[in-house]
Design a protein around this ligand. Structure first.
Ligand SMILES: [Zn+2]
Length: 76
């Protein structure tokens, strides 16, 4: 019977600990995404996260169309 009581205490402590850990983990996710570097489209100047940009010859573009337009402009 004593073992059963200890088992219950351990179970409750573990449950509270995991609940607290889950609550602490959740708000950390948006914080991890926030510091992502922002870049400017070399064609239209719109701001976008670096992971969404298209990098071409050292310049970043917001979309494939602007990359293409800038490339044509460069070519003349
Ligand atoms: Zn653009």
């Amino acid at each position: 019977m004593k073992y059963l009581l200890w088992l219950a205490i351990i179970a409750v402590v573990w449950w509270l600990w995991s609940k607290r850990k889950a609550a602490a983990d959740l708000p950390a996710q948006p914080d991890d995404r926030q510091p992502e570097r922002m870049v400017t489209c070399a064609h239209c100047g719109v701001h976008l996260p670096v992971s969404e940009g298209i990098v071409d010859e050292g310049q970043t573009y917001c979309c494939e169309a602007h990359r293409e337009q800038a490339r044509r402009k460069r070519a003349g």
